[in-house]
Design a protein around this ligand. Structure first.
Ligand code: NDP
Length: 286
């Protein structure tokens, strides 16, 4: 099998394939990143077309689809991929995944799209999480090799954009939470509270979220947002305290202001008794 792209993630993927005893051919735009992999038994191809020609399955993992296209849409590489399968584990948007699938179909290339949801250190271990989308039969054909990457592999269906859709939704949770955490740390610091002191309590707050995801799923899908126990009016009031205290310290509160603004709009529309997730309907009306 072939791995194109040897950034931290590409190297981790190639390493896991080697550990599983597979014959692995690698290529990267900048030479020299494959030294450790070669020492472990990988074959270094002099060009991406030669790398692709060495295997039935090529895994592509670079920074984004522009970078991926710069490699696989070169005429010689596209020609070498014909009749073979490309599994693209590069992160980007669902639209780019659909565009890549259309290009692949036009050139007789089997195409699977995927997303890696865990850091490089998890690859090859039970903690890795992979999401895949694309034709069921093609996925079945390569499932055993992909399983060498360890962890859990979920095929989300034939819609090629689905893995990227999940990826973006999940990263949305992650990065907005991280932005909130960074803001919380700045506010805590302004009040003389260190990150070390806050950490155990921060973990407690984060632990509240998983049951909320589980318990709210049905309400969100049905469009009912019971605010029993915590109406959006109460949430908006607590957000206002955060904005106020933050700005008193001269700390940019724009992330919290955006959330409070959405809550106030929902209240203005008469949904003050509903729960905070009512704002989902403002963001994405049915
Ligand atoms: P990067 O996202 O920094 O990607 C580096 C790779 O992209 C290198 O192989 C680099 O080649 C290549 N590249 C960049 N620009 C170009 C270009 N114009 N043409 C050809 N190749 C190019 O590092 P990662 O390896 O960590 O990430 C790869 C993918 O994996 C990304 O989509 C990322 O979102 C995803 N991912 C990464 C995780 C992580 O923990 N690292 C976790 C989950 C997903 P060169 O060496 O020549 O610069």
């Amino acid at each position: 099998m072939t791995v194109l792209g040897l950034g931290p993630m590409g190297r981790a993927l190639a390493g896991a394939f080697l550990d599983a005893g597979l014959r692995v051919t690698v290529w990267n735009r900048t030479p020299g990143r494959d030294a450790e992999l070669i020492a472990r038994g990988a074959v270094s191809a002099p060009s991406p077309e030669e790398a692709v020609a060495a295997s039935g399955l090529t895994v592509l993992c670079v920074v984004n689809y522009d970078a991926g296209d710069a490699i696989v849409r070169r005429e010689a590489v596209t020609a070498a991929l014909k009749g073979r399968t490309l599994a693209n584990l590069t992160a980007d948007t669902p639209g780019r995944a659909r565009d890549a699938a259309a290009w692949a179909a036009e050139h007789g290339i089997g195409y699977l799209d995927g997303a890696i949801m865990t850091p490089t250190t998890t690859i090859g271990t039970p903690a890795a999480v992979f999401l895949h989308s694309g034709p069921e039969e093609l996925y079945q054909e390569h499932q055993a090799v992909l399983a060498a990457l360890g962890g859990s592999h979920t095929h989300l269906g034939a819609d090629i954009g689905r893995a990227a859709s999940y990826d973006l939704a999940l990263l949305d949770i992650f990065w907005t939470a991280m932005a909130g955490y960074a803001h919380a740390l700045a506010m805590a610091r302004a009040e003389g509270v260190t990150a070390r002191e806050l950490a155990p309590f921060a973990q407690g707050i984060a632990a509240i979220l998983p049951p909320i995801f589980e318990e709210s799923a049905r309400e969100v899908d049905e469009g009912t947002y019971s605010g029993e126990g915590n109406p959006i009016t109460s949430a908006a009031s607590s957000m206002a305290h955060i904005v106020h205290a933050s700005e008193e310290h001269g700390i940019d509160a724009s992330v919290m202001r955006a959330a409070e603004g959405l809550a106030r709009r929902a209240i203005g529309l008469g949904h003050g008794g509903d729960g905070f997730l009512r704002i989902t309907e403002l963001l994405s009306p049915r």
